[in-house]
Design a protein around this ligand. Structure first.
Ligand code: MG
Length: 415
């Protein structure tokens, strides 16, 4: 990994208090590329926020993607370097100095709309995710509490959340994702008998062509069955690349092959999404179409969805993601916890907290950071049990991970 390009910007003034906040943008080459119908990626691109209260530091991450939330790296950076970021840090530091209880910090942040604060008319969820995660990390570290305790602190205030959380956090089975950059046959061939038997879900990234996608889906399902993974459920993600007609065709062709179709057509085409469900019977999972509670309630009200893919950066942070999860549950929609490709550190931890806290998930994605980044970007490193396809419960105070020497060597100021 030779290059990292952007670097940090501006701490605004800290007005004499013992705190500071730094925004960085990082671009790190991946060891192999990842591609789907909307984008091919061979670099991790994230905005990072480091904040400090006294001698305690927290860090956070957002993944701005124009094709997901309309945000660019430059725009997210700009949103974060305005006055609002330091203002929120000062609020939190004041709360800490007042002797407030642990739950007061997360509850205060949960009462705000940080994507709106940072972005104004053009909400900025990825920027907000970076800031919120850093604030929650520093808050948890001040109290020596894990990030998952934030979830338990705010969920009771979200209303009608019976059954939303698991009784206790558990390692979660993770999805195997087959993207367009993987050679045919390589997915099933990489499975051992033990890992095939443990596999719960496989997701295929669609190409721009429904017929080609359906053929690949049938081939992959047959390969998986031959490899001993016939029990795994199967989905196809089109990343909003198809027209309404193409989506209907794909849903027809994938009948009996896919268990659900993720974001088949342009985001928020509610009528088309409903038509797919009604005409073909194929369940529809929303991803790019569902970034906030309003999207979920609209989709459910119009009969346009069966489930929602929850992603921390897309939703604006862990707390807004919990609100989306609660809304989905209230509306009778199922949930998947997903990722942005090549999350650097804070985002994958926050996603994993969601995945290990929420009950009754359709599927959980975790990324392949162990393949994409070597040496690792965090200490302790990203880890998945690839034999049992299990993501462990995050440990330690706050996020429980620190930037590795490799990440620091990329010129990023992460404390
Ligand atoms: Mg998706």
């Amino acid at each position: 990994m030779a290059e990292t390009v952007f670097v940090e910007s501006t701490p605004p003034t800290s007005r004499g208090r013992d705190l500071d906040l730094v925004v960085s943008a990082v671009r790190i080459p991946m060891r192999r590329s990842f591609s789907h119908a909307a984008h091919a990626r061979d670099n991790a691109e994230s905005v990072l926020v480091r904040c400090r209260i006294g001698d305690v530091t927290g860090w956070g991450e957002g993944a701005p993607r124009p094709y997901v939330t309309g945000e660019t790296m430059a725009g997210a950076r700009q949103a974060l370097t305005g006055e609002s970021s330091l203002f929120l840090l000062e609020q939190l530091a004041g709360l800490w100095a007042s002797g407030a209880a642990f739950k007061a910090g997360p509850q205060a942040l949960a009462a705000l709309d940080i994507p709106r604060m940072l972005g104004g008319l053009q909400r900025a969820p990825a920027a907000a995710a970076a800031l919120e995660t850093a604030l929650l990390d520093v808050w948890c570290r001040l109290f020596d509490r894990p990030l998952r305790d934030v979830v338990r602190a705010v969920v009771p205030s979200l209303g009608h959340t019976h059954g939303l959380l698991a009784e206790e956090p558990r390692p979660q089975p993770v999805t195997l994702v087959a993207d367009l950059a993987k050679a045919r046959g390589s997915v099933a061939a990489a499975l051992t008998p033990a890992s095939a038997a443990a596999l719960r879900h496989v997701k295929l990234k669609a190409s721009a062509e429904p017929t080609d996608t359906a053929r690949r889906a049938r081939e992959l399902r047959a390969e998986l069955a031959d490899a001993g993974a016939g029990q795994a459920t199967f989905s196809v993600d089109a990343n909003a690349a198809w027209t309404g007609e193409q989506s209907l065709l794909a849903a027809d062709l994938l009948g009996g092959v896919a268990d659900w179709l993720e974001e088949p057509t342009a985001p928020r085409r509610w009528e088309q999404l409903r038509r797919i469900r009604e005409r073909t019977g194929m369940p529809v999972m929303l991803d790019e179409s569902a970034v906030d509670v309003g999207d979920v309630e609209t989709a459910a009200g119009l009969g346009a969805a069966d489930s929602v893919n929850l992603r921390v950066s897309k939703c604006g942070g862990l707390l807004p993601a919990l609100k989306v999860a609660a809304a989905a549950r209230r509306c009778g929609l199922r949930l998947q916890v997903g990722v942005q490709v090549a999350e650097v550190g804070p985002l994958w931890v926050a996603g994993r907290v969601l995945a290990t806290e929420l009950a009754d998930l359709l599927a959980v994605e975790a990324g392949r950071q162990d393949e994409w980044f070597d040496p690792p970007l965090t200490e302790p490193p990203y880890r998945i049990d690839r034999t049992r396809h299990l993501a462990p419960v995050p440990e330690g105070a706050g996020l429980g991970v620190e930037p590795s020497p490799t990440l620091r060597a990329h010129g990023v100021d992460t404390g």
